[in-house]
Design a protein around this ligand. Structure first.
Ligand code: C2O
Ligand code: CU
Ligand code: CU
Length: 488
C-alpha cells in the first residue's frame, strides 16, 4: 500500500536526511553521541540547523520569585526514533519540550511565539490560573503570532503538571508531532524534598519507515480505529527515549514523578519485585502514602511514587506497562494482552545504603464538603459526545457562579473508558459507582471506566471565565467530546 505523500513533508524529510548525513560527516563524534540531531525549520525559509535549547527553561528574570521564560513552537527535523529523522514539531527545539520549574508563589510569564504553519495554543494542564492564560481553544495563536501567558503559582498547588497544545480539532496531531512538556511546582515545606527525584514523561507514537509520524488520512481504516480507540503507537517513550535505563542504588528511595502525555494509551505500571509507595496525583501529594503493587495512569494523569531500592547491587528490573483492556471488542488491538517494557531499572554496584526516612504524613488536604454543593452537573458520556452533544465554541454548556461548590456526576454509558478532564480547578473524587473514594486527593483528570459513574466535587475559586471539560483521549476531544463551563 502506498501512503499519500505530502510534497512538503517529502522535502522537509529529504532535507533532514541530507542535514543529518552532513552532520555525521562534519562532526564524527556525533555519530556516537546519544543526542538527537535537531534542525529547526522556520515556517517559510530554508531549513537551518539549530541546537536544541536547554532541558529546563532558562529563567531570564533575576528577580526573586519571578520566572520569565521564552517558548517557541517550530517545525523540526528530529530523530524521534534514533537514526530516522522525522518531520516533527518541537518546543524550544526539543521533544519533549523543556521542563518548567516553579515554586509556589512564583509570578510566571511565558513569552510564546508560534512558528508553526498551524494555529496552536499552549495549555498549562492542571494549573489554577486566569482563563486568559489557560491556552484553551478560546485563545488561539495564529502562525507567526505571539502570546504572553501570565499567572501566579497558587500556594498549596505543588505538584506535577504539563503543557501541550489545545487548538480546536488539532490537539492530537500537534501532540503526536512532539509538542508536550513537564511543569513541576515545588513547595517550600515539601515533606519529601530530601529524596532524589526522577521525572518520567510517558508517551507513545507510530513512526513510518520513512521517519514520518503516522497520522492516517481521514476515513481510512486506521483513521477509523484511531477515532474509536484514540491513537496509540507501538513505540513507547520515556522522556522521548525508547526503553531508557534508569539507575538506583540499593537501599535508596527515589521519588518518581510520572506524566502520561499519551494521546490515548493508559499504562498499568508495575515494577517486578517492588511495590510502589503512591504519594501523589494530579494536584500534588496525598495526605499519606499508600502502598500499591501496580498503578493505572490514564491520559493526562500524573502520579508521584516512591520507589524503594530493595534489589541487590548490580541487579536489574523493568518498569512495565501491564495489559489494560480499555477497548471495545471491535477495535481492541490484537496485541493488547502483551506486557510492555517502558524502562530498565538498573542497580549500581554500590553497597546498599541505609534507606532515608519517609514521613507517614505528607500534608493535609482540606475536604470539599458535599453539604456545601449547590448543584449536581450530570455528564453523560457516549462515544464522542457529552450529554448527546458535540463541542460548540459558541455554546455554554454549564453556567456557574464564582466561588460555588458543585458536584459533577460523570456517567459513562459505553463500553470504553474515558478519562474526564476539567480545566482550571482541581477537584476531589467522591465516589465511583457509589463506592466512596478511600482517601482524598486533588485531581484534574479522572478515568471513568466503561459503564461506570464517577462523582467529584469542585469549587470554582478565584478565576471566572470559560473553561473546557472534555475526554482526554485526544482523538475524542478533537472530535468534539468536549464542553464549556462558564464561571461568572
Ligand atoms: Cu490536557 Cu483540555 O487538556
Ligand atoms: Cu487541561
Ligand atoms: Cu473518550
Amino acid at each position: 500500500m502506498r501512503f499519500a505523500w505530502n510534497h512538503q513533508v517529502g522535502i522537509i524529510l529529504r532535507t533532514g536526511v541530507l542535514l543529518l548525513v552532513a552532520g555525521l560527516l562534519l562532526c564524527p563524534s556525533n555519530a556516537a553521541a546519544q543526542h538527537r540531531h535537531v534542525s529547526l525549520l522556520p515556517a517559510s525559509s530554508r531549513p537551518a540547523r539549530v541546537a536544541p535549547g536547554p532541558e529546563v527553561f532558562e529563567n531570564v528574570s533575576r528577580r526573586p520569585g519571578v520566572v520569565e521564560v521564552n517558548l517557541v513552537a517550530t517545525p523540526a527535523v528530529i530523530d524521534l526514533v534514533p537514526g530516522a529523522p522525522s518531520a516533527a514539531y518541537a518546543y524550544n527545539g526539543r521533544v519533549p519540550g523543556p521542563r518548567l520549574e516553579l515554586r509556589e508563589g512564583d509570578q510566571v510569564t511565558v513569552h510564546f511565539r508560534n512558528e508553526l504553519p498551524d494555529t496552536t495554543t499552549v495549555h498549562w494542564h492542571g494549573l489554577h490560573l486566569p482563563v486568559t492564560s489557560d491556552g484553551s481553544p478560546f485563545h488561539p495563536v495564529a502562525p507567526g503570532g505571539e502570546y504572553t501567558f501570565e499567572f501566579t503559582v497558587r500556594p498549596g498547588s505543588a505538584g506535577t503538571y504539563w503543557y501541550h497544545p489545545h487548538p480546536h480539532h488539532r490537539t492530537g496531531v500537534q501532540v503526536a508531532k512532539g509538542l508536550y512538556g513537564a511543569v513541576i511546582v515545588r513547595a517550600a515545606d515539601d515533606p519529601i524534598a530530601h529524596l532524589p527525584e526522577k521525572l518520567l514523561i510517558l508517551s507513545d507514537n507510530r513512526i513510518r519507515d520513512d521517519g514520518s509520524v503516522d497520522l492516517p488520512d481521514r476515513l481510512t481504516p486506521s483513521w477509523r480505529i484511531d477515532q474509536e480507540n484514540g491513537r496509540e503507537g507501538d513505540l513507547l517513550f520515556v522522556n522521548g527515549e525508547v526503553g531508557p535505563t534508569l539507575t538506583i542504588r540499593s537501599g535508596e528511595i527515589q521519588r518518581w514523578r510520572i506524566i502520561n502525555a499519551s494521546a490515548a494509551r493508559m499504562y498499568r505500571l508495575a515494577l517486578p519485585g517492588h511495590t510502589f509507595l503512591h504519594v501523589g496525583s494530579d494536584g500534588g501529594l496525598f495526605e499519606r502514602p499508600v502502598e500499591r503493587d501496580e498503578i493505572l495512569i490514564t491520559g493526562a494523569e500524573r502520579v508521584e511514587v516512591l520507589v524503594s531500592g530493595s534489589g541487590a547491587p548490580g541487579s536489574e528490573t523493568a518498569l512495565q506497562a501491564l495489559p489494560y483492556d480499555r477497548y471495545i471488542p471491535q477495535t481492541r488491538p490484537a496485541d493488547w494482552e502483551s506486557t510492555r517494557v517502558l524502562a530498565t531499572l538498573r542497580y549500581s554496584n554500590d553497597p546498599p545504603m541505609v534507606p532515608p526516612p519517609v514521613p507517614d504524613r505528607l500534608r493535609p488536604i482540606p475536604e470539599l464538603d458535599t453539604l456545601d454543593a449547590t448543584a449536581t452537573r450530570v455528564m453523560v458520556l457516549t462515544q464522542g459526545m457529552i450529554n448527546g452533544r458535540m463541542m460548540d465554541m459558541e455554546r455554554v454548556d454549564v453556567e456557574a457562579s464564582l466561588g460555588a461548590t458543585e458536584i459533577w456526576q460523570v456517567e459513562n454509558l459505553v463500553g470504553m473508558d474515558h478519562p474526564f478532564h476539567l480545566h482550571g480547578f482541581q477537584f476531589q473524587v467522591i465516589d465511583r459507582n457509589g463506592v466512596p473514594e478511600p482517601f482524598r486527593s486533588w485531581k484534574d483528570v479522572v478515568n471513568v471506566p466503561e459503564h461506570e459513574t464517577v462523582r467529584f466535587i469542585v469549587r470554582y475559586d478565584d478565576y471566572p471565565g470559560k473553561w473546557m471539560f472534555h475526554c482526554h483521549i485526544l482523538d475524542h476531544e478533537d472530535h468534539g467530546m468536549m464542553g464549556v463551563l462558564e464561571v461568572r
